[in-house]
Design a protein around this ligand. Structure first.
Ligand SMILES: Cc1cc2nc3c(=O)[nH]c(=O)nc-3n(C[C@H](O)[C@H](O)[C@H](O)COP(=O)(O)OP(=O)(O)OC[C@H]3O[C@@H](n4cnc5c(N)ncnc54)[C@H](O)[C@@H]3O)c2cc1C
Length: 529
């Protein structure tokens, strides 16, 4: 199939966690593989960093929770990754009266019911929420195991889900309809809807069904939809993948920027030591939009219109002297921040925020979810910090599309989003968050915002899109060609020798390793052929 003299079996562009998964599988199968990463370290968006000089806090600076990384990949690659389950699913203060909120405690159904009743006036909503969640379980159990296999056809997955009404609700109709028919209150509908809006700019009733696809990925992980804390932070996940790739013999090169990819497998590296490498196959760990630019630079004819990806989030990383006091005296900060803390995320607030952003404004209040890593895993803090009662806090703001910051002054746009995030958080606290932010030795406050523009600059993520583009359904359409290995694994491009191995592959979104796994499986078939 592939002829000529080649230096490597596989050249991988970009060194994100997916690239490392692919490199580890390929290396273990005896294939020569080189990974080219422009930064001075691998891991992409799955890394731990110390953002503040002189402060021993290793934050999961970008991605922070794990759900979609299959046990099979952990086992196949002998990864020493511990994922810790959280007792509390979520805490959601009532935006109309933040002195009360819904605490969903996985270990105490009675307390959860009482908490729903305090906010909604009835225990029925707790039951409805539990029933809605339980209804999703067959879909999770049917879909998740298929993710490490060649793509199934849509109709086959529908049969496996074995619930036509559920399929219609999740896959065929905009998510808003099932949320309204299953749940009675704006606040409970909002708690569920957020799973559809992570990094995804949409309304509950968006005809594009982007929110449905994002929702599906958020509720199927591990067959349960649980989002777990990686012990040691995301750096531990990528660190283990790096170890697995190196042990398997992969050549990982950092500080090398790929400037062009030719459809016949030539990869050009720029910088102070320009070089051209050849691969029998090229795997792209960068997003499809970035790959399209590299292919154009490598002489490929344009492949239709490039889809411009657009992220829709802002992430705020904080280190606190202590957890802040809440308006709600019935809940401890340890419980509230122990799961996912939703602020200003009722369904109507989420839709209103979308409308504001469509009109060019920053949503006010900014819908956001917060999570405290150090409550579940204190190992990311140095001993002194731990002993002092310090905690990390991560805020993930929704409905802030890249268009709000693109072309604007970077610093001003970042400051505006940080201010909006702080305002939103302060609306449910009994003290301003600024009062408990840790101070670094140089006197600066340990709080930073990462906008979509920052992600473009630091990670090369086009449009700051955390999934490298819209998520796809994790199956093949019934009439889709599945003739080649690349098609069967959902990693094909318009060029036979170039495969997608990152988040932009069919099932690749999130820290899952699925893009890397799928590309490696396709590549091994092709190289053996
Ligand atoms: C703020 C944020 C929060 C998130 N939260 C979560 C979460 O909690 N859980 C979850 O599952 N997912 C989360 N995600 C999504 C998840 O992190 C990504 O989908 C995933 O990490 C992408 O991995 P990847 O290996 O496909 O690509 P990336 O991590 O994007 O890696 C691509 C790599 O390619 C490199 N590169 C780019 N251009 C070039 C070039 N020309 N030459 C060489 N190298 C190049 C980049 O530097 C980068 O290292 C989050 C993402 C972000 C940004």
């Amino acid at each position: 199939m592939v002829s000529g003299v080649h230096t490597h079996d596989v050249v991988i562009v970009g060194g994100g966690h997916n690239a490392l998964v692919a490199a580890a599988y390929l290396g273990r199968a005896g294939r020569s593989v080189v990974v080219l990463e422009r930064l001075d370290h691998v891991g992409g968006a799955a890394v731990s960093e110390r953002p503040w000089a002189g402060v021993d806090a290793r934050l999961s600076r970008y991605s922070y929770l794990v759900s979609l990384l299959p046990r099979a990949i952990i086992d196949d690659l002998d990864l020493r990754i511990a994922l810790r389950r959280r007792r509390y699913s979520s805490y959601t203060p009532d935006p109309a009266d933040p002195a009360r909120g819904i605490l969903i405690d996985n270990a105490d159904a009675e307390a959860t019911g009482a908490s729903f009743a305090r906010v909604t006036g009835t225990t029925g909503e707790a039951d409805r929420f539990a029933s809605f969640t339980a209804r999703l379980e067959p879909a999770a159990r049917a879909v998740f195991p298929t993710m490490t296999e060649p793509l199934r056809r849509r109709s086959a997955v529908r049969i496996a889900v074995a619930d036509d009404r559920l399929w219609d609700d999740l896959v065929d109709n905009p998510l808003g309809a099932v949320l309204r028919s299953s749940l009675d209150t704006d606040i409970a509908r909002g708690i569920a809807l957020t799973d559809g809006l992570i990094g995804t700019f949409a309304t509950a009733d968006d005809e594009s069904l982007r929110q449905n696809r994002c929702f599906l990925y958020h509720v199927i992980g591990g067959g349960t939809g649980d989002w777990d804390v990686p012990v040691g932070g995301m750096g531990q996940v990528s660190g283990e993948l790096e170890r697995a790739a190196r042990t398997a013999g992969a050549d990982l090169r950092t500080g090398v920027e790929v400037t062009a990819v030719s459809p016949d497998g030539e990869v050009t590296v720029g910088g102070s030591r320009p070089e051209t490498l050849r691969g029998r196959l090229v795997l792209s760990g960068v997003g499809p939009a970035v790959l399209a630019g590299l292919l154009r630079a490598g002489g490929a004819a344009p492949d239709g219109e490039d889809q411009a990806p657009e992220g829709a989030q802002v992430k705020v990383n904080m280190l606190l002297r202590r957890l802040p006091k809440l308006c709600d005296a019935a809940v401890t900060p340890e419980a509230a921040f122990g799961g996912t803390f939703h602020i200003n995320e009722t369904m109507s607030q989420l839709d209103a925020a979308h409308a504001t952003a469509v009109g060019g404004g920053i949503p006010n209040p900014l819908p956001a979810e917060i999570y405290c890593h150090s409550l579940t895993d204190p190992s990311i803090l140095g001993e002194d910090l731990r002993a002092s009662g310090a905690h990390t806090l991560t805020l993930f703001g929704l409905q802030v599309p890249h268009r709000l910051v693109a072309g604007e002054d970077r610093d001003a746009a970042r400051a505006a989003l940080l201010a909006a995030a702080q305002r939103s958080l302060d609306s449910v606290l009994a003290e301003p968050i600024a009062d408990v932010v840790f101070e670094a030795p140089d006197g600066s406050a340990c709080i930073e915002a990462r906008t979509t523009a920052d992600l473009e600059d630091s990670l090369g993520m086009a449009g700051g899109d955390i999934f490298h583009g819209d998520l796809s359904w994790p199956w093949a359409d019934d009439d889709e060609p599945l003739e080649t290995p690349a098609q069967r694994w959902g990693v094909a491009t318009a060029h036979d020798r170039v495969l997608v191995c990152g988040s932009g592959s069919r099932r690749g979104g999130a820290v899952s390793g699925l893009g890397g796994h799928s590309a490696a499986m396709a590549a091994l078939e092709m190289l053996a052929g």
